[in-house]
Design a protein around this ligand. Sequence first.
Ligand SMILES: Nc1ncnc2c1ncn2[C@@H]1O[C@H](COP(=O)(O)OP(=O)(O)OP(=O)(O)O)[C@@H](O)[C@H]1O
Ligand SMILES: [Mg+2]
Length: 153
Amino acid sequence: MITKSPEETRRVGRELATRLPTPSLVLLVGELGAGKTTFVQGMGAGLNVKENVTSPAFLLLKEYRGAKTLRHIDLYKINEISEVEKVGLTEDLPDDAIVVVEWGEKVDLNLILPTVVVQFEPEEDENARKLILFSLRLERKEVEELKDALRDY
Ligand SMILES: Nc1ncnc2c1ncn2[C@@H]1O[C@H](COP(=O)(O)OP(=O)(O)OP(=O)(O)O)[C@@H](O)[C@H]1O
Ligand SMILES: [Mg+2]
């Protein structure tokens, strides 16, 4: 799908976060400035998180409480799988949590959670992005509902 503005990217994040089962995992893949944090802001809005969602680049992990728990992780600075494990992606994970990871390609995929991968690609228009979504281990009904919600993008 194509989003034509940061606001549209936030709306896609919002639709995803409200519909995903918990616990689940969202892996965001894309270069610097691709729109990953913008997408997570939309997820936070969809879950009625009151705080501003900002990049956890220095803290690596931030957790927000809303309609679901949103655990936001940024692996930009991490290069070894062994270091990723230390971040504790799913350590003490509440049952109602969505874990969303920037630089999600660095995650070791032997996690068994339902997972959505969102790949961000630049477009010629600097305010547009191509978003490619894949899902793993979601139920067919959940996938159909997501597709319905996102069909206009
Ligand atoms: N369609 C769009 N979707 C998302 N962001 C967009 C779009 N068009 C323009 N932008 C701009 O691109 C930038 C995206 O920044 P953002 O911090 O979300 O990227 P990021 O992928 O998290 O980067 P980083 O790798 O540094 O964490 C913002 O300045 C945003 O306003
Ligand atoms: Mg970011």
